[in-house]
Design a binder for this molecule. Structure first.
Ligand code: AMP
Length: 221
């Protein structure tokens, strides 16, 4: 079977994390989120975490060399051989170039790049109301899922504490959107120019979006 080497692009809050989890479950390939790897490093107090924390809290990008090393090391693991879903990487053109080189070095098939498109006012609404569960890592929204700020996870069998990411506060959201426009949006042209990018609307609920996303994966080429 062809490799399923998927990259999800889109603004912060476009739903990359949610779609990546669903794709990973559906296709049986690992979900690789550089944001999750960095947040774990911060929580564990590692050297990487100490280096990344300030950038993350301010909503800035962590330097390319750090993130490229993390992502390329992870992609070289044997469980990524049948494919992977990259969520939040690459985020700059140098990261995309490094990813292309790593794919060549590892003798991997082409990337399938999916761009989740969501209007900016919707993005801000999603990010400011987003809450995460400390236990199951589920993602919820205070307006839509009946969850309360500071409450517990609404999933059956989970009573984890809900929290707001430090970079989902208004000043950090503004900074992240600015960083997205200046550094990550150019990737859309980078991949479109290579004929590997497909736009999918990220508006609606996750169950409505996963269908068109899976269609892209299954009909590629
Ligand atoms: P995310 O969970 O993908 O929104 O990432 C959260 C934060 O982690 C970002 O705002 C950045 O500070 C950092 N980060 C995650 N992935 C990358 C990346 N590919 N390049 C630079 N910084 C990243």
């Amino acid at each position: 079977m062809a490799e399923q080497n998927i990259v999800l692009l889109g603004a912060p809050g476009a739903g990359k994390g949610t779609q990546a989890k669903m794709l990973s479950d559906e296709l049986g390939v690992p979900h690789i989120s550089t944001g999750d790897i960095l947040r774990d490093a911060v929580a564990e107090g590692t050297e990487l975490g100490a280096e990344a924390k300030g950038y993350m809290d301010r909503g800035e990008l962590v330097p390319d060399d750090l993130v490229i090393a993390i992502a390329c090391e992870r992609l070289a693991q044997p469980d990524c051989r049948p494919g992977f879903v990259l969520d939040g990487f690459p985020r700059t053109v140098p990261q995309a170039e490094a990813l292309g080189e790593a794919m060549d070095d590892l003798d991997r098939e082409d990337l399938i790049v999916i761009n989740l498109v969501v209007p900016e006012d919707e993005i801000v609404r999603r990010l400011s109301g987003r809450r995460l569960c400390r236990k199951c890592e589920g993602i919820f929204h205070i307006d839509w899922e009946g969850v309360e700020d500071g409450g517990t996870c609404p999933k059956p069998d989970c009573d984890g504490e809900l929290y707001q990411r430090s970079d989902d506060r208004p000043e950090a959201i503004r900074e992240r959107l600015e960083v997205y426009r200046s550094q990550t949006e150019p990737l859309i042209d980078y991949y479109r120019g290579r004929g590997t990018l497909v736009d999918v609307s990220g508006e609606g609920n996750p169950e409505e979006i996963i269908g068109p996303v899976l269609d892209v994966v299954r009909n590629r080429g």
